[in-house]
Design a protein around this ligand. Structure first.
Ligand code: 2AM
Length: 479
């Protein structure tokens, strides 16, 4: 037994994580259901570090130092349960099974509970950054017990990305907290991508810019407060010309967005938690709608907005306004994600450091951005921060951006350019800042048809109006 960690499941993510551990000086046992894959990996990368290839589960487990640390990198779902059932009987009390796949946090909670009863730590761990991140330093979001983190944490921190010398890895919370936070990361990623896509669409259709010009604009924005991996790669994609046709790459790609489902999980879970993640939801629905070919064909003949050509000066100004709208919408989308994490922490009893979540997303993951350091700092300055908009710096930026943000959404509506995420973010802002909402009327409607009762602004208690009686008398229902 000489390996500090073992990795089973050697498809590209598992293989790259194993290589990352080995390159950081750890001895890594490697195993795969089909031994051929293990042999291929050792042949190709064996000289990168200390690997112990194992062809059987028994040999794999025997290669691990105790307490054993066994990282599973197989397809999320039934395969994970199968692999757990294969290895758990071979383990001893205090050993750790780490699931680095994209599991649903509810599955992680179930698995953690079942393994805890057998004395085994189950550490559901979010890993973001794709294949490159896995190899060179991902953002790592481990859940599970504090006890397991004490043993495992230093290793995960070492292989994670680092920003300002700090690892992009922290103990998120118990049981499924790591996979939950990874799910919300992906939800935020959907919103960020959609917002950037809407900005592109506006600059092209309203601003009259070419994809190459928009790429240049995004590169400029990437030097300011929007500096992020997603803006950077968007500029690359927009600047790319299809070699076969000489057309902009974006024009030869079918406009039906796909998804692997983490955005959908985020929205489904948000509804259960009562978290208003409207920008994330709109981003998810925008992908779904884009792929509805028949519906799009049915709507296609219908009239759109009025297109007006902007003068060069107007186009300049519009570009600046879109930057403001994009930034403001992004703040709202991220705030929605953090609200959801806070709600889940209360629901599931997780002690999540909301600033630390921002800190470990500064590097390694897809939404990595300078912006996340601002979120980290806001939470560090005020651990009880309820919303980013309650922080003076963000509040000032939104205040400044607000007129341009409204103008952009209004222009989009006039021109008939869909901006579901921009509009949802703005509506969320206006909803949450309104002194009075028409929710009072909704309560009246509910009381009218279903006697659902309402609360008054001027007195304690629950009330019902007897709508069918003459004079519509009010009765108190909670006494
Ligand atoms: P394989 O090479 O034997 O197919 C991604 O599919 C990775 O997960 C692969 O390494 C694959 O192993 C592994 N995997 C998928 N389903 C599995 C299962 N039910 N049991 C063990 N490994 C599995």
């Amino acid at each position: 037994a000489s390996a500090q960690i073992g990795v089973t499941g050697l498809a590209v993510m598992g293989r790259n994580l194993a290589r990352n551990f080995a390159r950081n000086g750890y001895t890594v046992a490697v195993h795969n259901r089909t031994p051929r894959r293990t042999r291929d990996m050792i042949q190709e990368f064996g000289q990168e570090g200390a690997f112990v290839p194992a062809e059987s589960p028994a040999a794999f487990v025997a290669a691990l130092e105790r307490p054993r640390r066994l990282l599973i990198m197989v397809k999320a779902g039934p395969a994970t349960d199968e692999v757990i059932e294969e290895f758990a009987p071979l383990l001893a009390a205090g050993d750790m099974i780490i699931d680095g796949g994209n599991a649903h946090f509810a599955d992680t909670r179930r698995r953690e509970r079942a393994l805890r009863e057998r004395g085994i730590h189950f550490v559901g761990t979010g890993v973001s950054g794709g294949e490159e991140g896995a190899l060179h330093g991902p953002s790592v979001m481990p859940g599970g017990s504090a006890e397991s983190y004490a043993v495992l944490g230093p290793m995960l921190e070492r292989i994670s990305a680092h920003v300002d010398g700090e690892p992009c890895c922290t103990h998120i919370g118990t049981d499924g907290a790591g996979h939950f936070v990874k799910m919300v990361h992906n939800g935020i990623e959907y919103a960020d991508m959609q917002l950037i896509a809407e900005a592109y669409h506006l600059l092209r259709e309203v601003g009259g810019r070419t994809p190459a010009e928009i790429a240049a604009t995004f590169r400029r924005w990437n030097e300011g407060r929007l500096d992020s991996y997603l803006i950077e790669i968007t500029a690359e994609v927009l600047a790319h010309t299809d070699p076969g046709t000489g057309k902009p790459f974006v024009d030869i790609v079918q406009d039906a967005a796909e998804q692997k489902g983490t955005g959908r999980w985020t929205v489904q879970t948000a509804l259960d938690l009562g978290s208003p993640v409207t920008a994330i939801a709109q981003a998810t629905f925008a992908r779904v709608a884009s792929a509805r070919t028949e519906l799009r064909a049915a709507y296609r003949p219908l009239p759109g907005g009025v297109r007006q050509k902007l003068s060069p000066d107007e186009a300049e100004r519009f570009t600046r306004d879109v930057e403001q709208a994009l930034y403001a919408s992004k703040v709202i989308a991220y705030d929605q994600g953090w609200t959801m994490i806070r709600d889940a922490a209360a629901e599931y009893g997780w002690d999540i450091d909301l600033g630390a979540v921002a800190k470990i997303w500064r590097g390694g993951c897809i939404i990595r951005a300078a912006f996340l350091d601002r979120i980290r700092a806001a939470h560090a300055a005020n651990p009880d921060l309820v919303s980013l908009l309650a922080e003076a710096g963000f509040a000032a930026e939104i205040t400044e951006a607000q007129p341009a943000w409204r103008a952009v959404v209004a222009t989009a509506a006039q021109h008939g350019i869909p901006v579901p995420a921009f509009s949802a973010a703005l509506a969320s802002y206006d909803t949450l800042r309104s002194a009075r909402l028409p929710a009072a009327l909704i309560q009246g409607q509910r009381d009218f048809f279903g006697a659902h009762t309402y609360r008054r602004t001027d007195r304690e208690g629950s009330f019902h109006t007897q709508w069918a009686e003459p004079g519509r008398p009010e009765v108190r229902t909670d006494t």
